[in-house]
Design a protein around this ligand. Structure first.
Ligand code: FE2
Length: 132
């Protein structure tokens, strides 16, 4: 299941962004990145359990890393960090759209709650901030 693999890798990668952030407005950006990986982890846990209930299996961390790898551990400023987070959220939204046709309606509803959160962050808040 590609979505669960992406969520596993992105939760890890956003933690790296959080810990290796540098530059202006550090504290608020550091805390914002924490809220991002916490949301991705909550999404991973909720959707893994729901998907297991309809017959999917949880992918291993190793499988997930083979699918989409860990980012390099180095310092990044807020613009680079938030550009990556925005890309991750957009990838999650696209993957969720692809899955809708193969899932029961109640599972889709839960997934859409997260999709709305990721979309507001990527295509409104981060878009305003990054000018993209
Ligand atoms: Fe922390």
């Amino acid at each position: 299941m590609n979505l669960l693999m992406l969520l596993k890798v992105y939760a890890n990668n956003i933690q790296i962004l959080h810990r290796h952030l540098i530059g202006a407005n550090w504290l608020s950006n550091h805390e914002r990145l924490q809220s991002y990986y916490e949301e991705v982890q909550k999404c991973l846990d909720d959707l893994t359990e729901l998907f297991m209930s309809v017959g999917y299996r949880e992918p291993s961390l190793q499988e997930s890393l083979n699918y989409d790898g860990e980012i390099e551990i180095r310092n990044r400023d807020a613009e680079e960090s938030f550009t990556l987070a925005q890309l991750y959220f957009r990838n999650l939204i696209a993957e969720m759209n692809r899955l809708k046709s193969e899932l029961p309606g109640d599972v889709v509803s839960k997934m859409e709650e997260y999709q709305e959160w990721f979309r507001l962050e990527a295509d409104y808040k981060l878009k305003q901030e990054l000018g993209d």
